[in-house]
Design a protein around this ligand. Structure first.
Ligand code: GRG
Length: 298
């Protein structure tokens, strides 16, 4: 079963809107600092499936948030995501030469530029969120800044990345691996899903349901990533295949077996969809996102 045409269109549209926003922000200056901005554009404006921008825009639509606000939040989130990929590829981390089907940032530029471009994307994210154009109410902007800082930082993505680096020595079981991934990948996906509710100042029970959806979705996404790491070719994936297993890291495939991991992805995607019941047919795009996680090839 292919990815639904509606979902593909919505995902591509979300990607294009975020790119246009970042294209406008990341103007290339004259002078030597031009290199930094070009590297930021290389990391953030090309390739990528636009999964997080899609989620951010889809939940925002659910709560009738103006698209201009949602696009700015999705652009901030994509800055953090792209910084994390650029830093993850560095020799001190995953040491990967291939990302999104082309040389990773430090290969296209150099290590120092890749570090600085990542740093500048991370800080730009918070500048975008703090700007009144993102939302007229300061309390909403503050909630967005706080949520993204938490999702990206020591108790979120960076914490998860630390566990990931240590993981060959940790003999993780399935629950511990799920926790690692909830931090490393799930936290940003959680931010993407909840941002629409924050922008729309939505009440707690609805936010809790979206949170549960995001938890299952993030885990399904990561388990599917582990399956693709084993079954996908580097050319299709646009990144080096088979690395996690080769480095002796626990993956859902190494712990559950290939078939077990596939089944767990489906179980988590179904559970994610079940959490959307309170939102009715309006949440169809979010259901399609869960289907996409199972069907994706890269
Ligand atoms: C360096 C602080 C720091 C964190 C890095 C997210 C991450 C942490 C590393 C990426 C390693 C990786 C391949 C994780 C698997 C799941 C994942 C986040 C994949 C990349 O996300 P996609 O597939 O990427 O949405 P695109 O390129 O489509 O945007």
């Amino acid at each position: 079963m292919p990815e639904s045409a509606d979902f593909t269109k919505a995902r591509e549209q979300a990607t294009a809107l975020v790119r246009a926003q970042l294209n406008a922000i990341l103007r290339v200056p004259q002078g030597p600092e031009k290199r930094l901005i070009e590297a930021m554009r290389y990391a953030a404006l090309e390739g990528g499936k636009g999964f997080r921008p899609f989620l951010c825009l889809a939940t925002s639509q659910l709560f009738d948030v103006p698209q201009s606000q949602a696009v700015r939040v999705a652009a901030a989130l994509e800055c953090v995501h792209c910084y994390s990929l650029a830093h993850d590829d560095l020799p001190a981390m995953d040491d990967d030469d291939l990302r999104r089907g082309r040389p990773s940032l430090h290969k296209a530029y150099d290590e120092a530029t890749a570090i600085l471009a990542g740093d500048a994307l991370l800080t730009l994210a918070f500048e975008i969120l703090a700007d009144p154009a993102t939302h007229p109410e300061a309390s909403i902007r503050l909630a967005l800044v706080t949520n993204l800082a938490r999702a990206a930082g020591m108790n979120g993505m960076v914490g998860g990345q630390t566990l990931d680096i240590l993981s060959p020595d940790l003999s993780l079981d399935v629950a511990e691996l799920a926790r690692l991934q909830a931090l490393k990948t799930g936290a940003l996906i959680g931010f993407a899903v909840e941002a629409g509710a924050v922008l729309g100042a939505i009440d707690a029970p609805q936010t809790a349901a979206l949170n549960d959806y995001a938890q299952d979705l993030g885990l399904a996404f990561q388990i599917a990533d582990d399956v693709l790491d084993v079954t996908g070719a580097s050319q299709t994936l646009g990144k080096t295949a088979g690395k996690d297993m080769a480095e002796g890291k626990a993956t859902f495939v190494s712990l559950l077996g290939l078939e077990g991991a596939r089944q767990e992805t489906e179980k988590r995607a179904a559970s994610a969809i079940a959490h959307l019941a309170p939102f009715g047919p309006e949440a169809e795009p979010l259901r399609q996102a869960a289907q996409f996680v199972i069907l994706r090839k890269n």
